[in-house]
Design a protein around this ligand. Structure first.
Ligand SMILES: C[S@@+](CC[C@H](N)C(=O)[O-])C[C@H]1O[C@@H](n2cnc3c(N)ncnc32)[C@H](O)[C@@H]1O
Length: 339
């Protein structure tokens, strides 16, 4: 099926950054088009006038994405579901379409509308032969408002609107645990995720959310922070707390994981990460890069280029739990197959 472009969700305020990333990614794939990116709308539409777009590639500033099939405006209040079903080609996607709204101030109140409209939409799409239960792709309906629908198809594995449904575990010492959990699911392919018996160094570990999650996954941790860890972690024999400077600490041998949640200039964090990876001190790293107000895309590109020069393969994204930052997973290419 021909796609007319891409529908992309992002953090509100990053539409322009995402648009620049999308245009460049389109060009690399030979897909030319333009973006509609209203400030603070939390979504971007990339239109390819030739109607020849493939499914969208992973993008750092896109939380979720889908191929654009149709855009419907001025939908009637009555018969809205039937109007959508009529406008879409038959045999489009899975039986359970996702109804999404932008994660913006204007978009969040539409959550109620999406919940209520889910059933009529499903019935109309099934009756019209649009949703056929194909498990390979999912039908996605984004409503910027209740009369405006961007219909698309996307891979089945993503979260609706890129917002993960993660519960804050009761015994976790900080909400940062959700960020690492999201990073593991979103950025790290399943066979490469942390597993029991591995060892991690956690730079800037306090109060200890990331260390806590690594312990939950069965790893042991060296937690480096000048500040104290939360009470239950301080007594955990699987955690070795070092009061040291994250920029100076070095492990004795190679560790499986380097985690870094130190808030510092992105150039300094990138340098620290590339030093560890290049010197073979860690096989893989997960870390945050604080974004500057100006040219955040250039900052991320430079960091990813430096990591590639250091022999690392990367996946990076501005996660739902990230604010003015992105999270990066980097793995030494020569460590693949070793776990
Ligand atoms: C955002 S918090 C980390 C939260 C942690 N990931 C968690 O899950 O609870 C940043 C931490 O970095 C530590 N930090 C900042 N600069 C540091 C440095 N140069 N050396 C060691 N720790 C540092 C701070 O003390 C602070 O505890």
């Amino acid at each position: 099926m021909e796609l007319k472009g891409w529908i992309l969700h992002c953090r509100a305020g990053y539409e322009e950054t995402l648009a620049a990333e999308v245009i460049a990614a389109g060009k690399r794939r030979g897909v030319h088009g333009y973006c509609r990116a209203r400030p603070h709308s939390a979504y971007v539409v990339f239109e390819a006038p030739a109607g020849d777009a493939p499914l969208p590639p992973p993008l750092v500033f896109a939380r979720a994405s889908a191929g654009l099939v149709a855009e419907l405006t001025g939908l009637p209040e009555g018969g809205r579901a039937e109007a959508i079903a009529e406008a879409l080609p038959a045999g489009l996607g899975a039986a359970e379409p996702w109804l999404e709204h932008p994660d913006s101030e204007a978009g969040r109140p539409l959550a109620r509308f999406c919940r209520r409209f889910a059933k009529p939409a499903r019935h109309a799409l099934e009756a019209g032969g649009v949703a056929t239960g194909d498990p390979r792709q999912r039908l996605r309906l984004l409503f910027p408002d209740s009369r405006h629908c961007l219909a698309g198809v996307g891979p089945p594995g993503q979260w609706p609107a890129g917002i993960p449904r993660l519960r804050m575990p009761r015994s976790a010492p900080s909400r940062s645990v959700l960020k690492l959990e999201e990073a593991i699911h979103r950025l790290i392919p399943e066979p490469e995720r942390p597993y029991p018996g591995e060892h991690a160094v956690d730079l800037g570990a306090a109060p200890g959310g990331w260390s806590w999650l690594m312990r939950e996954r069965g790893a042991t941790v060296t937690a480096v922070d000048n500040g104290p860890l939360a009470a239950p972690l301080a007594d955990d024999p699987g955690i070795d707390h070092r009061c040291a400077d994250a920029f100076r600490y070095r492990p004795r041998g190679e560790v499986d994981w380097l985690l870094c949640d130190v808030v510092d200039r992105p150039q300094g964090i990138t340098r620290l990460m590339t030093q560890w990876l290049r010197a073979g001190r860690a096989r893989a790293a997960v870390f945050n890069l604080k974004l500057p107000m100006r040219h955040p895309l250039d900052t991320v590109r430079r960091a990813l280029d430096a990591l590639a020069d250091a022999g690392a393969e990367t996946h990076a994204a501005q996660l739902y739990h990230d604010r003015e930052e992105v999270t990066v997973y980097a793995r030494r290419a020569d460590s693949r197959g070793g776990g």
